[in-house]
Ligand binder design. Structure first.
Ligand code: GLU
Length: 325
């Protein structure tokens, strides 16, 4: 008999800010994708950056999701063998995978400070999600140089990125192809032992058997590095779909400037959750008009191909529709 891999998706918020409508769109579309395939929806709190993450924001995110009617099968409050569901409690798992990469000689210690990298990278090959491209200084250190540097500073660990082209089909953005080396050798563990987002997210998605990753388009250019890590660690990658970002009439990212569109603000204004859900589904192309609906009402309408691949423009008029009762 044919064996089917169980469908598993996740929403993976970082509790360093309030949940805004852009995050809610990602959560809703991810939920619909998984519910339309009768899969399991997992909530994982990405609090690896303990400096920026706040427990009270996690509590608020859970409340926002419940308010919207987006339930999760595993995650905070719904434990299973795949847990823990807070990245801060998963350090040992990340270290185990780093050891695997070290055994395969895929990492090297890097002693450079941010200032060194800025000075060394004359060409502005910045990549959107992680700043400057690392020029590879420490990858080719002589043994003598490495010994001297080791005495002065604890190193970070970087992945040796090969000159390789990575291609994949994104469920929303379509065919993608990147030259991996364009992004430079990236950090998997900082000198202060903090695990990088790239490593943590791959380890978590792999160990949690995630088959479908739906997330914001700001992470599209992280995907090639993550695919490299899947390859290096010997895990099967999930299918990716990147939802368009919401922008204002001038094309500026809404999430960066509009504090007013946090879910707690909308709730405080007396906006109904059904209004928010219907409005989100309308802006994402699932509804003809912004009706009042519940997430469950949308399951049968869900279709990845209906979701636009270009940014969703939220004009003042569109925004106003959220507040119609
Ligand atoms: N934690 C990331 C965020 O809140 C999402 C990571 C992911 O979905 O891969 O933007």
């Amino acid at each position: 008999m044919e064996q089917h891999t169980p469908i598993r998706g996740r929403f993976a918020p970082t509790p360093s800010g309030k949940m805004h409508i852009g995050n809610a769109l990602t959560a809703l579309l991810g939920w619909l994708q998984i519910r339309s395939m009768n899969g399991q929806y997992i909530l994982r709190i990405e609090d690896i950056d303990t400096q920026r993450s706040r427990e009270e924001l996690t509590v608020e995110i859970l409340r926002d999701l419940e308010w919207l009617g987006l339930d999760w099968d595993e995650g905070p409050g719904r434990d299973s063998d795949y847990g823990p569901y807070h990245q801060a409690a998963r350090q040992a798992l990340y270290e185990r995978e780093i050891t695997k990469l070290q055994h395969n000689h895929q990492l090297y210690p890097c002693y450079c400070s941010r200032a060194d990298i800025t000075a060394a990278s004359r060409a502005p090959h910045g990549i959107a999600s992680e700043g400057l491209r690392y020029p590879g200084t420490c990858r080719y250190l002589s043994e003598e140089e490495a010994t001297i540097r080791k005495l002065r500073k604890k190193p970070s660990l970087r992945m040796k990125v090969p000159q390789q082209r990575i291609s994949f089909i994104d469920g929303i953005a379509g065919a993608q192809s990147y030259l991996l080396s364009d992004g430079g050798d990236f950090v998997v563990r900082r000198a202060d032992d903090m695990i990088s987002y790239q490593l943590a997210v791959v380890v978590d998605d792999a160990l949690m058997d995630i088959t479908h990753v739906l997330r914001g388009a700001d992470l599209l250019d992280s995907t090639p590095r993550q695919l490299l890590l899947y390859q290096a660690l010997g895990y099967e990658p999930p299918q990716f779909a990147h939802t368009p970002l919401m922008v204002d009439a001038e094309g500026r990212r809404l999430a960066k400037r509009t504090r007013g569109l946090s879910l707690s603000f909308l709730r405080g204004q007396g906006v109904k959750p059904e209004r928010v859900i219907g409005w989100l589904a309308w802006t994402a192309g699932l509804l003809e008009k912004p009706e009042l609906v519940t997430p469950a009402d949308l399951i049968s309408l869900f279709d990845l191909s209906k979701i636009p691949s270009s940014p969703i423009k939220i004009s003042d008029e569109t925004r106003q529709q959220l507040f119609e009762t």
